[in-house]
Design a protein around this ligand. Structure first.
Ligand SMILES: NC(=O)c1ccc[n+]([C@@H]2O[C@H](COP(=O)([O-])OP(=O)(O)OC[C@H]3O[C@@H](n4cnc5c(N)ncnc54)[C@H](OP(=O)(O)O)[C@@H]3O)[C@@H](O)[C@H]2O)c1
Length: 178
């Protein structure tokens, strides 16, 4: 990075935009109109996901853990925002999606929140697990995954960098950050 860019800002230009783009566009490749649910939606990464999703016509259901984050996440363009302290996320997401569940989920939390997101995956749904903020396990009945044909998959940017050459990611980075 040029010296004119402060380290804190420069750090934001690398990990989160890359992760948001790769998960949403390359890993999930959702069509316009699809529902995507995400936890820790008030994070810097959550904000990028919301903005990218809007550009692609993907609708977002955003989980936050504090009431005051609802208005903020709406102002970023989140279609639906659920405070996990006040609401049953599973019931709300099923109602929002007309019972079908979401096409995909991004989970940075795990524990009860990650479990709720896994439960609302629709037919063939995919959940990318990219964080462990809660520290506890996700609990999913195997019959649930089986009947939905759903999948839980880990995502770590470090793995992507390890298998991707600079020749590929430099031009791509310019496009992503434009
Ligand atoms: N796998 C990858 O390659 C990759 C790449 C980039 C980022 N990430 C992950 O993405 C997540 C967000 O990163 P960021 O830099 O955008 O973070 P950030 O801006 O610092 O925001 C952290 C967010 O997480 C929420 N949070 C923290 N602990 C929580 C918990 N136990 N339950 C629910 N919400 C919780 C915070 O909510 P409060 O404001 O209420 O505290 C805040 O909204 C992190 O888990 C990070 O590791 C993963």
């Amino acid at each position: 990075m040029p010296d004119a860019v402060a380290d804190a800002g420069a750090a934001q230009l690398v990990a989160n935009p890359f992760a948001a783009w790769l998960m949403l566009i390359e890993e999930l490749a959702l069509p316009p109109g699809a529902w995507l649910a995400q936890s820790a939606a008030s994070s810097a990464l959550g904000r990028l996901v919301i903005q990218l999703a809007r550009l692609r016509g993907i609708r977002t259901i955003n989980l936050v853990r504090r009431r005051e984050q609802i208005a903020t996440v709406r102002s970023w363009g989140g279609d639906e925002v659920i405070c996990t302290v006040d609401d049953d996320a599973v019931d709300r997401i099923r109602a929002i999606t007309g019972g079908a569940g979401v096409a995909a989920a991004l989970d940075a939390v795990g524990g009860a929140t990650g479990t709720e997101l896994a439960k609302v995956l629709g037919q063939g749904g995919v959940m990318l697990v990219h964080g462990v903020l809660d520290g506890r396990s996700i609990s999913v009945h195997p019959g649930w995954l089986l009947s939905k044909g759903a999948a839980l998959r880990g995502f770590w940017l470090r793995h992507w960098f390890a298998r991707t050459t600079p020749a590929r990611w430099w031009p791509w980075r310019r496009t992503c950050l434009r």
